[in-house]
Structures are given as structure tokens and as C-alpha cells.
Design a protein around this ligand. Structure first.
Ligand SMILES: C[S@@+](CC[C@H](N)C(=O)[O-])C[C@H]1O[C@@H](n2cnc3c(N)ncnc32)[C@H](O)[C@@H]1O
Length: 859
């Protein structure tokens, strides 16, 4: 039954009962109009009689009511006095008739924004799956939460629906597993929320706090976020391949053409339409202002905005390779089944596997309890770790010591039912823990997974938050095989390393992240190991329990790690889904093995991520990774940005070059290009090498990237001039600064030099987009007629920046406006929702600007 039908059916029941009441009333009070044959006198006499009767009746009724209320009062008093009184049973019975909580099921992990149609479809599929054994009376879902409450026909149907959802591994659209619980097992605070919602009193909203939470009201958004992060996370289990893929490559269920189709729709809907909407809203603001201020003339939206497709979006160009050249992994623990070989990420070392297999069931059960203990206390800080002990032993010690403080865990949620439910589980005593573990493993619905879990120090992808541990990413086709091989070696190393992985919640432990950069074109591979200071992580400064690792031990371990890594050839395999080139073609240009050519360590005691300038310690091999792209070769230092898909970046840069070429002078010397957010100088140098422009001015915030850009200019034949007139003759200029700070000065410099016929700007900012000052200065520089905007966030920051470039001139936006004339998406990130976009902005012509604005411009 659809929700609409349910609503109609429910309304029908109410209506029919209302009708029944009306009929009864009619029967109770028979019509005053008698038979037509009765005379008028008789009628009058009848009426009088009726009136007298009614008066008498009313008086008697009033007496009755008084008696009744007196009786009721007495019965209430009696019920209060005698708790076993039958009156109470009556009350309970009547309560049961309206309290449906025992026939409600709460389904967690549904999608947050689920429209009515989809919700109905999903619930109907459950009903169909239960083969008519359940009847859904009502379905409710708060608009911004991810849970649904389903009211069933009878409480006996509750386990049927729950079992169906779990046994059939029902998932949401993203592929995450749904969880169902009887709603009456939800804690009081959440129940209150549900009831409020059911009564239509309140729309549950994450930001609202119930009465119990008044203390939270004073918390800032950031504090609440921190509280949420501190909340207990899902219980550990062996992460399935599906979970890893869902987290790392959300579009993995789609074929590649389907992925492209999905991105195409996004580009049109969320980018092109949003840009137009954003610009139109600026016009509306101006019109409102004109109404308020008589001296302002209303501005009509430009003609180009009123076209059917104001921005023509080209078809998404598919990626040329599925494999990333840079991957970042996190150190942590990997959950494996204690008795069996892990089905997902089997460590390279046979020792390690043996260790896993060797564990007996009893031992495993103990570990199981301990692991559970540790999970319970994931949030409690302060653990001491002794370097002299092997990592596993030490980890176990840590688990034991933290377990003792488990009851003090202050993990708090803001009443989200799901989190609360988990909090209840994790708050169990260690004695209950094995049971809980059983439940957890049962969730996997796989006999094998009922075997207790064991955790091993490892490095990999965090597919389920910190407490979910790390997983081997080898099931993801975008992760290069050489990176997977490095993971195997590092995992083997960790089994006997006295320094454990860093715990981002307690800020204890040592190893933090591993970055793998590789080039299959130059056969090079760079590793960067980020670790906490020897004296402890970021949080340990205020804590009495600080880590303290001996420098000599670290040096020894470093040597051992580097020895293990550099000793091996890393296999290079080509994923079967290589796009646009046959496997054979790809194999021709791809080496069969890669060796690690440089290793860096980076000490970082901060909480989030280091800046690109954060120092690195070079430990082995080359100081840079070299990559070939187009006709150029680039050196990349550990902190510098480089596009993550070399083959596809080549395409992207070619598009940018073609677009500059369209407006450049015949001879390259006549054209100057500003490469804003230039990174290692890739776009500017590609333009120089292609002979499109004669000079490049590159600006980037990252000093290591600018150092690379300078080196790259020399490497590709555009280094500093050695003659006397150095400044004048230099073909490339690289500035390490925030673009918003130096853009004005750099443009002024170019204007004063005055030796370029044409000036173009290429901007390729990070996800946040450009600073307003950069947009302002570029727009105000009349010689720039074309901006080539390369965006990695076309549905977000690009729309805002486009609006700033395209609105009519005003005090805030100086200079003639631009309009988007070309938009080409390129799939730089296969399997993800992200897409790169090149959008070209050209100045409006006189005709397009309109007379009024032209006059204003002249003034
Ligand atoms: C998406 S990358 C593009 C790099 C380069 N164009 C490329 O394709 O390799 C963005 C670059 O912007 C730089 N960046 C971020 N904020 C900046 C700012 N305020 N001023 C200048 N550069 C900035 C980053 O350091 C990074 O190198």
C-alpha cells in the first residue's frame, strides 16, 4: 500500500468512525419533525412537550454528569491509593490502544534527503519482501535525518520486518547497509523526538536540542562538531569490500559510461544552471537597490542570460587512465578474522598471516573482549606506551589500561537516535562485551564472520571512520598496484615495530599517514611518512601520559623500514578498465615494476594536516619525483600540488592551451599569461612549450611549489636569462605569495612594462575558489579579455566566482563584466562524484553591454 493510499485509508477509517458517531447522535435524538399527517396544534403541543422534556432531561443529565465526575474523582483517588486496582488495568488498556510504540520499527541509515515517492517505494519493497506478513500503517521520516519510523499493524510483525531488513542486507541508494531496531528500544530522548515528530509538534533537526540538552545550547557549532566526533563510532568488524568501495569510489556500481552520464547531468544542473541563477540573483539585488535609491538606474539582465541554454556545456571528456598518481593512506588497525585469512587485504608477509591464523579460539575470545574494551574506551585519552615492548603487546597493554577507565568515557551525542543506540552498546561492561561482539559480527550475516576479530597494526584507507579501522584498498581500481604493494610491506614492518599507529582521538601513538606518489612514465616512486613527534602527538601536551620514543629506536626502525621498502620491486599492473586505450596499448608504455626512488619522513604534532611548507626530512634517494606531461618534464617536491591523474591532466592542459591560443597573438612574444595558482608551473610551461604565449607570470601560495616551478622552467628551457637585461628578458616569473596579496602589483607591473599586445589569465584555484580580491583585480585589468578558469569544484566555488565576474559593473565590481563562452568538463576523478571543468570567460562586447551601461562606462 503506498503512503498516499495509507493516508487515504487512515482518513477513510477516521471518516467512517465520524460518520458512525453522527448516526448515533441522530438515533439518540430522534427528529422533532413528526409524521406529516399530524395537525399543527398537535405539533405545537408536541413541541411544548419536547421542550419541557428537554429541560427536565438537561437538568437530569447535569445531575448525572456531576455524579459521574464525582465517581471518576473517587476512582482516581482509589487508583492512586491502591496500585493493584483494576482501574489501573483499564487505564493501561486504554493506553495500549493509542500507544503504538511496540509496533514501530526504526530503520537507520536511510538517505538523509529522501523524497516521499522514494520513501514509499522503499517501504513498499520491504512489505513486498516480507510477503504480506507485515502491514504498514504509517511511515514517518524527518526531512533532514537519516532514519525512518514505520508503524506496523501489530507488534508481532516487528521482528519479521527487522529480520527481513537484516537478512536481505537491505541498503540505501549509496549502498550502505540499513539497520532496523524496535522503536521502543530507542532511548528516552530519541523517543521524545520521535513522538514530537509523530504528533507534528516539532521537526526534528540536528541543530535543535531538547530540554535535556540545554547545556548544549551554549555550544558553538565547532564544539558540537567536536562532541559529535567524540561520539562512539560503529562497532568493529571486518570491513567488506563493498564498504571500502562505497567510501572510496562511490560510483563503483556504475559502468564508466554511466559515471560519465551522471557527471554530465551534474555539470548541466548543478553548474551551468547554478551559475546562471547566481548571476540572475545579482541582477535582482541591483533592481531592488534601484527601487530604494532613485539615483540608481535599474539594470536589465543581459540578453545572453535569457537564452534557452545560456551556458553550453560540452560533453564530459572521459578520463584517460583510471589510476591515481598520488594516494594518501592512514595508519591504524585493520580488523581481521582471528582464525581465517582475511578475505580482503591479505598482508604480504606470510608471518603475519600465520600469526593471524595461529590464534586459538579461546585466545581470540579473550582478545575479542579486550578489543571490545578498547573500542569502548576509544574516546578516553591518556595511555602510556613503552618502546621496549613489541607493538602488539603494547597495543594490548594500552587496551587494558584504557579499558579500566571505560566507565568514565564522556562520549556524548546530541541525541541522534543512531548514535545513542550505539552508545548503549559500547557502554556495556566487558563481561557483556563478547556478546556484543557476537551481535556485531552477526551483522555481517556471514557464518565466517562469527569468528572473533583480531586487529593488526596497518596502513590503508579509512572506510568507516577512525573506529572502523583501516582497510587495504586493493579492491579499488583507481589505486595503483605499486601503492598496494607498499602498503603490504609497511604492514609487515609494523608487526614488529615498537611504535604503534597514531590514534587521532587520543593523540597517542606514532605513525600517522603515508603518501605514495608514483610515475609510471618515469618509473619513479616517492613515499612520505608523516609521524607524531617522538615526545607525543598533538593532544599529549596537556596530558600526563605522554609518549616518549627514543631517537635511537626511531633511527633504527627508519633504517629497517627503508631497507624493507627499497629491497623490493613493486609490481605494476594495469586495471582492466583503462579507458580510451586498450590494455595492450597501455601495457606498451607501462613498466612492469617500479622501485621506490625517494623516501621522506615528516614530523607533525598538529591536529589536522600540515601546510605544504611544513618541513620534511629527506631520508633516501632523490629529493623530487619527476613526471612527464605533454612535451614537458616536471619535478615535484613532497609538498607541492600535482594533478592526480597525469594522463587526463594532459588533456585538461591541452584544452586550456587551445583556449588561450584562440585569443593569443600570432607570434607568442605578443602574449603574456598570468598563471594564477600555478603550482609547479605546469599550465604556464605547457603554454610556453606549445609556443602559445611568450611570457608567463606564475603565482602560488606554496613556496615548495614555486621552487619546483622555477626548476621546471629551467628544465624545460625557460630558465632565468643570464644576460645583463635579466628582468626584461626573463620569459617566466614565479611568485610565492597569496595571489590576493600580489595580484594587483603584478598586473601593475605588466601594465607599466606595456610590451604585450595581449594578456590572458589562467586561474586554477583550490576547492575554495578565488579570493574576491583576485577576481576584482583581474576584472579591473581591462587588457585581460579572456579568463580560462580551471575548476575542481564546478558545482561549488566556481558558481560564486562566475557571478563576481559576470555582474554589471558597480563600486564593488569594477571593470566591464565577462560572460561564460565555453564550458568543458573533464573526468579527472573516475569513480567519484567529482569532475574538473574548464570554463572560459570573455568580456562582453559593446552590443552585449547595452547603451546605458556603455554610457556609464564612459563616465
Ligand atoms: C588545484 S591546484 C592547481 C595547481 C596547478 N595549476 C596545476 O594544475 O598543477 C591549486 C593551487 O593553488 C594554490 N593556492 C591555494 N591558495 C592560494 C592562494 N591564496 N594564492 C595563490 N595560490 C594558492 C595551491 O598551492 C595549489 O598549488
Amino acid at each position: 500500500m503506498s503512503e498516499k493510499e495509507q493516508d487515504v485509508a487512515m482518513a477513510g477509517t477516521e471518516e467512517s468512525s465520524a460518520e458512525a458517531k453522527t448516526v448515533k447522535k441522530v438515533e439518540d435524538h430522534p427528529p422533532a419533525v413528526a409524521d406529516a399527517s399530524t395537525s399543527t396544534q398537535d405539533k405545537e403541543a408536541e413541541v411544548k412537550k419536547e421542550e419541557v422534556k428537554k429541560e427536565e432531561g438537561d437538568a437530569a443529565k447535569a445531575d448525572d454528569d456531576k455524579e459521574k465526575s464525582k465517581d471518576e474523582k473517587e476512582s482516581v483517588v482509589e487508583a492512586k491509593d491502591d496500585k493493584e486496582d483494576t482501574n489501573k488495568n483499564n487505564t493501561n488498556n486504554s493506553k495500549e490502544s493509542w500507544d503504538h510504540s511496540n509496533r514501530k520499527v526504526m530503520v537507520l541509515n536511510c538517505l538523509k534527503f529522501l523524497d516521499k515517492r522514494r520513501l514509499t517505494k522503499m517501504v513498499n519493497s520491504w512489505v513486498a519482501g516480507c510477503k504480506g506478513q507485515v502491514e504498514v500503517k504509517k511511515t514517518k521520516k524527518p526531512p533532514t535525518d537519516s532514519w525512518v519510523v514505520v508503524t506496523l499493524g501489530h507488534e508481532s510483525q516487528v521482528p519479521i520486518l527487522i529480520n527481513y531488513i537484516h537478512d536481505n542486507q537491505c541498503t540505501n541508494k549509496k549502498g550502505d547497509r540499513l539497520r532496523a531496531i524496535p522503536a521502543n528500544q530507542v532511548d528516552a530522548a530519541s523517543e521524545q523526538k520521535i513522538n514530537q515528530m509523530e504528533n507534528g509538534n516539532e521537526r526534528p533537526n540536528k541543530r535543535r536540542h531538547d530540554d535535556n540538552n540545554t547545556a548544549d545550547d551554549s555550544l558553538s557549532k565547532r564544539q558540537r562538531g567536536m562532541q559529535q566526533r567524540r561520539a562512539p563510532e560503529p562497532e568493529p568488524h571486518v570491513i567488506t569490500e563493498e564498504e571500502i568501495k562505497n567510501a572510496m569510489i562511490p560510483l563503483w556500481r556504475n559502468t564508466y559510461p554511466e559515471q560519465i552520464d551522471h557527471k554530465q547531468k551534474d555539470m548541466i544542473k548543478k553548474c551551468a544552471m547554478k551559475v546562471v541563477k547566481e548571476i540572475k540573483s545579482k541582477f535582482r539585488d541591483l533592481q531592488k537597490e534601484a527601487k530604494r535609491n532613485k539615483h540608481r538606474k535599474p539594470v536589465k539582465p543581459y540578453a545572453w542570460l535569457n537564452g534557452i541554454r545560456p551556458i553550453v556545456m560540452e560533453d564530459v571528456i572521459p578520463a584517460r587512465s583510471m589510476v591515481r598518481n598520488k594516494c594518501e593512506f592512514t595508519f591504524g588497525y585493520r580488523y581481521v578474522q582471528a582464525e581465517t585469512k582475511d578475505s580482503i587485504g591479505t598482508p604480504a608477509s606470510t608471518n603475519n598471516n600465520d600469526k593471524v591464523k595461529e590464534t586459538t579460539t579461546t585466545e581470540a575470545t579473550d582478545q575479542d573482549v579486550e578489543m571490545k574494551k578498547e573500542e569502548t574506551t576509544q574516546d578516553s585519552s591518556g595511555t602510556t606506551e613503552k618502546q621496549s615492548q613489541p607493538a602488539n603487546e603494547e597495543a594490548t597493554k594500552q587496551e587494558e589500561s584504557t579499558a579500566e577507565t571505560s566507565s568514565n568515557s564522556d562520549a556524548k551525542t546530541d541525541g541522534a537516535p543512531e548514535a545513542k543506540a550505539e552508545e548503549t552498546n559500547t557502554a556495556e561492561t566487558p563481561a557483556d562485551a563478547s556478546n556484543t561482539q557476537k551481535d556485531t559480527t552477526n551483522n555481517n550475516d556471514n557464518d565466517e564472520t562469527k569468528i572473533p576479530l583480531k586487529k593488526i597494526p596497518s596502513v590503508g584507507a579509512m572506510a568507516r571512520g577512525w573506529s572502523g579501522g583501516v582497510s587495504h584498498p586493493k579492491c579499488c581500481p583507481n589505486i595503483p598496484s605499486e601503492a598496494c604493494a607498499v602498503i603490504d610491506i609497511v604492514e609487515e614492518f609494523l608487526q614488529t615495530c615498537p611504535m604503534p599507529p597514531y590514534n587521532a582521538k587520543t593523540h597517542t601513538g606514532f605513525w600517522r599517514t603515508l603518501t605514495v606518489r608514483s610515475s609510471r612514465r618515469t618509473n619513479q616512486c616517492m613515499l612520505i611518512f608523516m609521524h607524531a613527534p617522538l615526545s607525543g602527538g598533538a593532544g599529549s601536551k596537556d596530558s600526563s601520559d605522554v609518549d616518549n620514543y627514543e631517537p635511537e629506536v626511531f633511527e633504527k626502525e627508519k633504517e629497517r623500514l627503508m631497507g624493507m621498502i627499497t629491497d623490493k620491486d613493486l609490481p605494476v599492473t594495469i586495471p582492466p578498465s583503462t579507458w580510451l586505450q586498450t590494455e595492450e596499448d597501455a601495457a606498451k608504455n607501462t613498466p612492469t615494476t617500479i622501485r621506490v626512488t625517494s623516501i621522506f619522513f615528516q614530523e607533525f604534532g598538529g591536529i589536522s594536516m600540515p601546510t605544504p611548507e611544513h618541513p620534511v626530512q629527506h631520508a633516501y634517494g632523490d629529493k623530487f619525483l619527476q613526471e612527464k606531461l605533454g612535451k614537458c618534464t616536471f619535478q615535484i617536491s613532497p609538498g607541492a600540488f600535482f594533478q592526480v591523474n597525469t594522463e587526463t591532466a594532459e588533456l585538461l592542459y591541452q584544452i586550456a592551451a587551445d583556449k588561450v591560443k584562440e585569443v593569443a597573438t600570432d607570434k607568442p612574444e605578443g602574449t603574456l599569461c598570468f598563471d594564477v595558482c600555478c603550482g609547479t608551473g605546469t599550465i604556464g610551461l605547457t603554454l610556453m612549450k606549445e609556443g602559445v604565449v611568450g611570457k608567463v607570470v606564475g603565482v602560488d601560495i606554496s613556496a615548495p611549489a614555486i621552487d619546483d616551478a622555477k626548476a621546471n622552467a629551467t628544465l624545460n628551457g625557460f630558465g632565468p636569462s643570464s644576460d645583463d637585461n635579466k628582468e626584461q628578458n626573463e620569459t617566466t616569473r614565479w611568485v610565492a605569495a597569496r595571489a590576493e596579496h600580489v595580484m594587483n602589483a603584478e598586473l601593475k607591473r605588466a601594465r607599466e612594462a606595456g610590451n604585450f599586445e595581449k594578456v590572458v589569465a589562467i586561474v586554477d584555484p583550490a576547492r575554495d575558489g578565488l579570493h574576491f580580491d583576485v577576481l576584482k583585480h583581474i576584472r579591473g585589468f581591462s587588457q585581460i579579455d579572456r579568463i580560462v578558469y580551471v575548476s575542481c569544484n564546478p558545482t561549488g566555488s566556481l558558481t560564486k566566482d562566475a557571478a563576481a565576474l559576470c555582474t554589471p559593473a558597480s563600486k564593488r565590481y569594477r571593470g566591464r563584466p565577462f560572460k561564460p563562452t565555453f564550458a568543458q568538463p573533464v573526468d579527472m576523478f573516475p569513480y567519484s562524484h567529482h569532475c574538473e571543468l574548464v570554463m572560459v570567460f570573455d568580456r562582453l562586447s559593446d552590443d552585449e553591454l547595452g547603451e546605458d551601461e556603455l554610457k556609464r562606462e564612459d563616465r
